[in-house]
Design a protein around this ligand. Structure first.
Ligand SMILES: [Zn+2]
Length: 56
């Protein structure tokens, strides 16, 4: 349960993105521009996406 990267699916357009779990910047969907994660306490808080799978 310490995966550093997650494959996520945008809730708005279903595009898949790879995100860093400790991202300290806002990550947006490269397809529709929706916010996927916001930085929160040193880790990424998922706000507009769902995790598809955790990557090693
Ligand atoms: Zn999107």
């Amino acid at each position: 349960m310490t995966s550093l990267f997650f494959k996520v699916s945008c809730r708005d357009c279903s595009a898949e993105s790879i995100i860093f779990s400790k991202a300290t910047t806002t990550i947006i969907c490269t397809v529709c521009g929706s916010t996927l994660t916001n930085p929160a306490g040193g880790k990424a808080q998922l706000v507009g996406c769902d995790v598809v799978e955790a990557l090693e």
